[in-house]
Design a binder for this molecule. Structure first.
Ligand code: SAH
Length: 390
């Protein structure tokens, strides 16, 4: 078996339980070290650290699966981990639709599985886990007897692992346009062509958090995707709702979703660049009671973090300028590169520039089916703030 020997100065990240081992943290690799193989990882003085999949082509050379030297990594291992993750979801009350496996937070690094009722969408984002796809599919079949399983591996991060991009059925083919229920509403989910796995399950509880502030309000939602926040606003009693997204496809889905819930007389959606629209409309003196922002990550790499900071500040500043005095800003950030404290600092900077005062209503993270593991910083990725803007 291949042995990975860490440098003498072991990073606190690995010592504290984070599963990633970067290539520059390794002193020596003994053995064949072929990509995807399970390797044992040791400290420089031969103390066992853990076992995990290795990929010499990746900057993350190893991803630790277990710290138990006796545990064997085989098909049964993946079945057990998936069954445990399902038990956990049942305990915390996320079952109908949920993120069943959230990679590192469910101790299967680089694996994502979203459950949409009786359908499953899988992403294997590292070579090590990609190899176990058949075992993962078998486990899903055994535990759930699903109506369908779909692979959404059409994501660029796979290329860092030397993997190609692909998507398709991992079960018998099925109609990939499905309907899910959430908070008493219904949404079309296109698991084959939607963004990521088709739907953003992580905002489920946050969507419910707007319940009281939108009553009787004129609401603007930017970066609306399939209109989930906007349709929630309409259901919770908004007077009018306008949703914006740059993608024509997203806007078409959002419009369909509003009709599905008989809320199309309240919700309207427009395909446009939100940065330009918000700037233009504040110049024209438009004003809203609630502005909701849920922009994309803006950057995927730490080197470009300034780009994300600038983007978040800019859009939040523009959002605040469109709010009536005493209106509410509902704002999110989904990149783990901007941690919660930094996000709040950015919002404070935007408020200062807009000469507005903020009264925080709530500040929360993603829904609990995307667990946060203390010490694994990147599992704490979603920030969601509601603030009154004075
Ligand atoms: N609020 C949504 C998720 C939003 S994801 C939900 O809860 O389901 C971010 C969205 O921003 C994507 O749909 C993307 O198409 C859109 N987007 C990206 N850049 C944009 C821009 N400049 N203007 C408007 N929308 C944009």
């Amino acid at each position: 078996m291949t042995k990975v020997i860490l440098k003498k100065k072991i990073s606190p990240r690995i010592a504290n339980g984070h599963p990633w081992v970067f290539a520059n943290e390794v002193n020596q690799v003994d053995g064949s070290a072929s990509g995807g193989e399970i390797a044992d990882i040791f400290t420089h003085d031969n103390k066992f650290v853990g076992k995990g999949y290795i990929n010499p082509k990746s900057q993350i050379i190893a991803r630790i699966l277990t710290r138990n030297p006796k545990e064997i990594i085989n098909e049964e291992f993946f079945f057990k981990r998936i069954a445990e993750a399902w038990e956990y979801r049942k305990k915390i009350g996320y079952t109908e639709n949920c993120r069943l496996i959230f990679g590192e937070a469910d101790f299967i690094p680089a694996l994502i599985i979203d459950k949409f009722n009786e359908y499953f969408v899988v992403q294997t984002l590292a070579l090590g886990v990609d190899i176990w796809k058949p075992a993962i599919v078998n486990a899903l079949q055994k535990i759930f007897q699903p109506k369908g399983i779909y692979e959404r591996n059409d994501v660029p991060v796979r290329e860092l692992e030397g993997l190609g991009q692909q998507k398709g059925f991992l079960s018998e083919p099925f109609d990939t346009n499905i309907i899910i229920r959430e908070n008493g509403l219904q949404f079309h989910v296109d698991v084959a062509n939607g963004q990521k796995t088709g739907y953003f399950l992580d905002q489920r509880d946050n969507r419910r958090a707007i319940q009281h502030i939108v009553k009787g309000a004129d609401v603007l939602g930017a970066f609306c995707y399939t209109g989930t926040f906007e349709i929630h606003a309409a259901k919770y009693g908004a007077r009018s709702v306008l949703g914006l997204d740059i993608s024509e496809n997203a806007v078409a889905q959002a419009t369909k979703n509003a009709a599905l819930n008989n809320l199309d007389h309240i919700c309207r959606f427009e395909a446009t660049n939100a940065f330009d629209a918000l700037k233009q409309w504040s110049k024209e003196g438009r004003a809203y009671d609630v502005v909701m922002l849920d922009p994309p990550a803006f950057t995927k790499s730490r080197e470009n973090i300034q780009k994300a900071i600038t983007g978040y500040k800019e859009i939040n500043l523009r959002g605040m300028k469109l709010l009536k005095k005493g209106g509410f800003l509902v704002t999110s950030s989904c990149t783990n590169l901007v941690q919660p404290d930094l996000f709040l600092e950015i919002i404070d900077m935007a408020a200062k520039d807009a000469r507005r005062k903020l009264r925080q209503v709530t500040f929360q993270a993603q829904a609990s089916d995307h667990p946060i593991i203390r010490g694994i910083e990147n599992t704490n990725y979603l920030k969601f703030l509601i603030a009154e803007v004075l």
